[in-house]
Design a protein around this ligand. Structure first.
Ligand SMILES: [Fe+2]
Ligand SMILES: [Fe+2]
Length: 203
């Protein structure tokens, strides 16, 4: 009898330990990531429309491609969050649309923050809390944002030197991880997640 009580007591302690071990930082980071990626997706879609209105079709295409990629990142983060038994509350994306030159500068700043600060911190937290699926989702976004940053810097340079017509006009986006390619330079398989190029979304 004494042993049974002891086992029951130990069982209760183990259960209490498990329920108190939620990866709190990663859950908060996933929510911030969903908000950031969803806002970026809506913002870039609006920037694309603005660029098209200004007759800058190559830059519009870049914003369209990045918008698609960010929505894939948001979905990936959301799936991980829901897998942890958590839900994202509704929110309204907030952003400003200015001239295309200013929009590109804002995009460079946003991607720069994600690459230099946000995702490195999210990745460190996910690693420490051992949430592998979050680590994978953050890594896919982190690696994609580095490419977006580079594309935007080139686009702003082209705008300043009146050479926007030399920028790529077709992009390919991996539907699994959001990796974004200048369509003339796609890999046979996505360099981040190995999805075949036949599955890529052509923008
Ligand atoms: Fe991005
Ligand atoms: Fe991919």
């Amino acid at each position: 009898m004494k042993n049974i009580l002891l086992f029951a007591f130990m069982g209760l302690i183990i259960l209490a330990g498990c329920s108190g071990s939620k990866p709190e930082k990663t859950i908060a980071n996933l929510k911030a990531g969903i908000k950031g990626e969803t806002t970026a997706s809506a913002k870039y879609a609006a920037f694309a429309q603005k660029a098209r209105g200004e007759g800058k079709d190559t830059i519009a295409k870049l914003f369209d491609a990045a918008s698609k990629a960010e929505s894939i990142h948001a979905n990936n983060h959301r799936k991980v969050l829901e897998g942890l038994g958590e839900k994202m509350l509704d929110f309204k994306p907030e952003f400003e649309v200015k001239t295309t030159a200013e929009n590109l500068a804002a995009a460079i700043e946003g991607e720069g923050y994600e690459v230099a600060t946000m995702y490195p911190q999210f990745l460190a937290d996910a690693k420490a809390e051992k949430v592998e699926k979050a680590e994978r989702s953050f890594n896919w976004a982190f690696d994609t944002e580095k490419k977006h940053h580079e594309f935007y810097v080139k686009a702003l340079d082209a705008l300043k030197t009146n050479t926007v017509n030399t920028l790529p006009f077709v992009y390919a986006v991996c539907p699994v991880c959001g990796n974004t390619y200048d369509n003339a330079k796609v890999d046979e398989k996505c360099a981040f997640c190995q999805t075949g190029k036949d599955k890529f979304i052509i923008i």
